[in-house]
Write a protein that binds this ligand. Structure first.
Ligand SMILES: [Fe+2]
Length: 209
């Protein structure tokens, strides 16, 4: 299970001085954190032997695949990183290279989650249930640590390096968001889904007690 007290060991990111680009990416992180919280609650229920409705499991897979990877990681990979590289920041041996390797790792774990969920919806077996638990735990841990690194390191570097260029980079990041989820409206939809996901799982936990 991820360590919830790790935040206290890191400096808090600036909020009022955050650039436009990092503000958008930090908002995505807030949405993602809600889904990690809901996934954590799902893991707890599954460990207690409870069943999670297929619709909730499929929504989790959809969020991980389409919002976290296809949209948010692409905003960083295709919008932010080229702008940082243009300031002279190398791709290898830098935080960019580390983040790219972590995206790859996240994609691999997400694929395992998708397969385990599909199997479990079909067979309801203990094996597929424990695979969902195993890979969801790995995913929550991985993304939790990844987001922390971005909030406390990558975005601080970004705010320094892209000073005065925020408008142009924000346009690039926004264009990736439009292409992947249809822009602000699409993102709002995912935010509402995250809220619904969290409250559904909490309700499930209290009704199962
Ligand atoms: Fe991120």
């Amino acid at each position: 299970m991820r360590k919830k007290d790790t935040m206290s060991f890191f400096p808090q990111p600036p909020s009022s001085t955050a650039g436009q680009v990092t503000a958008s990416l930090r908002q995505d992180h807030d949405i993602i954190k809600k889904v990690l919280k809901a996934t954590d609650a799902c893991i707890k229920l599954l460990k207690e032997g409870k069943e999670i409705p297929p619709a909730i499991l499929l929504d989790t897979v959809d969020f991980i695949t389409n919002f976290i990877d296809r949209c948010h990681h692409a905003k960083e990979e295709q919008g932010l990183f080229p702008a940082l590289e243009a300031t002279g920041m190398p791709r290898e041996n830098s935080v960019i290279g580390t983040m790219l390797r972590e995206y790859e790792e996240a994609r691999k774990i997400a694929e395992h989650i998708k397969n385990a969920v599909e199997s479990h919806i079909q067979d309801k077996s203990e094996e597929s249930r424990s695979k969902i638990i195993q890979y969801c735990e790995a995913y929550v841990n991985h993304i939790d640590r990844h987001i922390l690194k971005e909030d406390t390191r990558l975005f601080i570097i970004t705010e320094r390096r892209l000073k005065g260029k925020e408008n142009d980079v924000k346009k690039m990041v926004d264009s990736v968001e439009i292409e992947k989820v249809g822009g602000a409206e699409g993102r709002k939809q995912y935010e509402e889904n995250a809220d619904r996901f969290l409250s559904s799982v909490r309700q499930l936990g209290s009704s199962n007690n």
